[in-house]
Design a protein around this ligand. Structure first.
Ligand code: SDX
Length: 438
């Protein structure tokens, strides 16, 4: 890891008399080159300006690579299509955290470590009880994950590799338990403790849907589908929530606080909240006439004066089909088939909407394709996960990616606290007048 040798250089020349500046260019193993502008301010007194980070690389990384034009996604070099069909989620967690897929023994050890950390401190259920029963699960999750720093003080030091690893295992292991607790609390059912004889995802399904009154039978097809959903959501380069985690951790705060910041950012409808918003959009279209009225909805989306967006479509990086959306659509078919819901009206509506959008010049010209969130809500709903919990499931899966990215930053000897600057366009200095003269 770390920066390669400069592959080339650029010369920045100014017409205001500032001397030209030579800028090193670095080439990665794949993907766009970067211009190293770290000396720009000290040498020229000027900043770059890129508020949405459209042209800014915030770090160098070896974890995930996205080719937006080709619609390709690699975790540590492995294509998402292969990982989603040949591995399970804990193997992918091992890959993201340690850089390699585990062999049999490494997998057994890793699964055992995670399994033995799935219970949460008994006091956390009393913390949970402070929330209203109708609180949004993401409000609860932001609180519970942040609260972990009040329950696990022995793994808070980010600069201690062992404490970083322990907190990583605790977060990966306990997110399913906390997510299920958040759900059970909102539906007024008893909390279900984890079981060590179940798989990671089977355990989550049981904690979500079991009740003390009867035995819960794990449905392997649904478990496999949900495990694949976790894999598809595990990491995604420097997206908004991952950048939030990196910036938060760069202050040296503890890993639980940094991951809680990621949970809070993911909640937004432009980001991880899009899966909930996409399903609610499908419900609204269905309520207002269904497939026959899709044209009217699309017209609203194209109307600049309406703030209506086709949720689950578009992406900052993918200007082609999101490979995760393709895999999610296949998973949809599998799950709906298993449940005898092939004629699920929402799925048919989603496919009709996708077909119309992909033929409409508004979307084609803007390279707007379905993203991971377009189908994930339909699959999760079919599995039985309630709509308000979709983003919490996304956070559960993305926790390993956030941790891997955080660890990579902390392990980089060059990392500093993140502190962007600004273009100031406000008032120049002025004096305070007594209130009677204002
Ligand atoms: C995730 O970054 C990641 O990697 C995120 C993620 C991950 O795994 O971490 O992939 C997960 O967050 C997926 C994205 C989920 N969000 C949505 O589905 C919400 C709907 N999509 C958008 O709001 C939007 O597409 C974004 C936020 C995803 C991307 O926005 P950009 O890159 O800032 O693009 P933009 O808003 O500048 O849009 C460019 C044009 C605009 O039109 P014009 O002004 O050029 O005329 O496309 C239009 C936008 O109005 N547009 C849409 C649209 N998305 C963009 N128009 C209608 N519907 C949409 N969904």
């Amino acid at each position: 890891m770390g920066l390669p040798q400069p592959s080339d250089k650029a010369t920045l020349s100014f017409d205001d008399g500032t001397p030209p500046l030579e800028i090193p260019i670095y080439r990665g193993t794949v993907g766009p080159d970067v211009l190293d502008i770290r000396a720009l301010y000290s040498k020229t007194g000027k900043f770059t300006y890129d508020p949405g980070f459209l042209s800014t690389a915030s770090c160098n990384s070896t974890i995930t690579y996205i080719d937006g034009d080709k619609g390709e996604l690699l975790y540590r070099g492995y294509p998402i299509e292969q990982l989603a069909t040949r591995c399970d989620f804990l193997e992918v967690c091992h890959l993201l955290l340690f850089g390699e897929l585990p062999d049999e023994k490494q997998k057994a050890d890793f699964v055992k470590r995670v399994t033995n950390h799935t219970m949460v401190h008994e006091q956390m259920q009393f913390f949970l009880r402070g929330f209203r029963r109708d609180a949004h699960p993401m409000a609860v999750m932001t609180g519970l994950v942040g609260a972990m720093s009040a329950f696990y003080p022995d793994s808070m030091n980010l600069n201690d590799p062992w404490q970083r690893e322990v907190s990583a295992i605790r977060l990966i292991a306990k997110l399913p338990t906390l997510t299920a607790m958040a759900y059970k609390y909102t539906v007024g059912q008893p909390l279900i403790y984890p079981r060590n004889d179940l798989s990671y995802t089977g355990n989550f399904m049981r904690m979500m849907f079991a009740v003390p009154a009867e035995e819960y039978k794990v449905n392997d097809v649904l478990v496999r589908a949900l495990d694949r959903i976790f894999i598809l959501h595990a990491d995604h380069e420097q997206n908004a929530s991952t950048s939030t985690v990196r910036l938060c951790a760069s202050s040296g705060t503890n890993p639980f606080a940094a991951i809680a910041a990621g949970v809070a950012c993911l909640w937004g409808p432009a980001h991880g909240g899009a899966n909930e918003a996409a399903l609610n959009m499908l419900y609204d279209i269905q309520k207002n006439g269904g497939v026959e009225r899709i044209g009217e909805f699309i017209a609203k989306v194209k109307d600049k004066n309406s703030s209506v967006r086709l949720m689950g479509f578009g992406h900052r990086v993918y200007k082609n089909y999101d490979p995760r959306a393709k895999l999610m659509r296949e998973t949809c078919h599998e799950v709906l088939g298993e449940l005898g819901l092939q004629d699920d009206p929402l799925f048919k509506l989603a496919m009709a909407l996708e077909k119309i959008a992909l033929e409409d010049d508004y979307f084609v010209s803007r390279k707007l394709y379905p993203n991971v969130d377009f189908y994930s809500g339909i699959v999760q709903k079919a599995i039985g996960i309630p709509v308000p919990l979709f983003t919490a499931v996304f956070a559960l899966a993305r926790t390993v990616g956030w941790i891997a990215q955080l660890n990579e930053m902390i392990a980089d000897p060059e990392y500093k606290i993140g502190r962007p600057r600004q273009l100031y366009v406000g008032s120049t200095q002025r004096d305070v007048k007594p209130i009677g003269q204002r």
